[in-house]
Design a protein around this ligand. Sequence first.
Ligand code: FAD
Length: 454
Amino acid sequence: MDEAEVIVVGAGPAGSAAAYHLATAGVDVLLLEKTRFPREKVCGDGLTPRAVRQLIRMGVDIKAPGWTRSRGMRWVAGEHRVHIDWPALGGYPDFGLSRSRHDFDDILARRAVAAGARLREGVKVTGPLTDRAGRVIGVTAAAGTTAAGTAAGAAAREAGAAREAGAAAEAGAAAGAGKPAVYRAPIVIAADGASARLALALGLRRDPDRQIATAARRYYRSPERSQDEYLELWADLRYAGTDRYLPGYGWIFPMGDGRVNVGLGALPHRRYGNADLRAALDHWLARTPHAWGLRDENAEGPVRSAALPLGLNRHPLYTRGLLLVGDSGGMISPWNGEGIAQAMEAGEVAAERAALALALPAGPGRERVLRDYPVEMNRRWGRYYRLGNAAADVVFSRSGFQPVLNRYVMGSPFLLKALARLLSNLTDTPSRDMTDHLLNTVVRLVPAPPVRRR
Ligand SMILES: Cc1cc2nc3c(=O)[nH]c(=O)nc-3n(C[C@H](O)[C@H](O)[C@H](O)COP(=O)(O)OP(=O)(O)OC[C@H]3O[C@@H](n4cnc5c(N)ncnc54)[C@H](O)[C@@H]3O)c2cc1C
């Protein structure tokens, strides 16, 4: 048994961000992760300025080797090919990044450890631990074989974080394969990704009206495209062997190491259902120039796919001592399928609320602060996501991006700039220019969705 002030389950971007910000606030935090770093995660590896901002807030050294900067996006649709630079805003950097999740998640977890979080790898959480009143007071888990010698353990030792290094060795010695374990804390943050095991265990089901997109990706050796300054997005993909547009888009993201991350994501079509992503990928890549190298013989590893829970599809985001962050709360943007920035931002907000709550004695005051977490997330994203969910239902899931990326929009720098900023949620508030003003006004006109409680 182990105790902490907060337990964070899952060390993806949401969990590591939450653990980092909690530890920085002086909270004793235990970060439980079922895998061991470094490890792969199926993703496009693309980071918008929104995500870069969160990395900076975590003190990640983005000038170190291994990060590939992007100036903006290149959209390809039909005959059109347009470049849209990331906007110059007051609140965000004017560049994006890419980095494989193999490295990225490891770096974030190490930031959390360096800040003082106690990371336990190889610990698979099996369910919430509740008291008689049904309040979450910890988690049950199956602890893995050894925690010693892992990247995070080594990083902790390097960083001189004696507490963590000692704890890692101790866990390594103590943990047998799948040994049952119990971890206790008055607040638990569920950052366990799309599987949402903890949320489901408390009966927090996803909203059946909200769509779940699927996406598939593969790495290719492509020296030709690997240093590209733009994140490339193809909006005119079709179902293999048909004329029907896919309700989604394809991407080619430069990794800077001779490889590219290529993939596509799609919503289930209103009429035709889920696309065969593998077939659609083959169909698309056959259209790309041979010199790019996006062919089987240059592929590294298989095509891998996963689900994208979109549009704040699980409620409430707080109940009985448990806060949901990232994919476990269905926080991927319905506008563009981006989820890393959102996971990290929610992790920070949840951490702030949890730290604040712990400053109060257990009881109604603490509860009031924790219950404010969904209110804050609704304030930040409620209207924008509501509009995005409507766009996904009415437009994207029928015709993909074709109706919005028509030739008028593709031919108008102002409309393109506005659309790019709308899709990636990049505006300053209060508004600084016409585009900000237009977008902020449109979003403000959407009625805020109610905050659901339980
Ligand atoms: C193919 C694809 C491409 C994508 N491309 C992009 C992109 O380019 N840019 C972008 O911003 N977003 C992208 N996304 C979305 C992005 O990957 C997710 O939104 C993001 O990873 C969410 O972070 P998270 O921390 O909430 O969850 P995750 O990254 O899934 O992390 C969850 C963590 O919890 C751990 N865990 C799970 N269950 C347990 C358990 N029981 N006990 C202990 N640990 C557990 C997991 O091992 C994992 O480490 C893509 C998604 C897919 C599927």
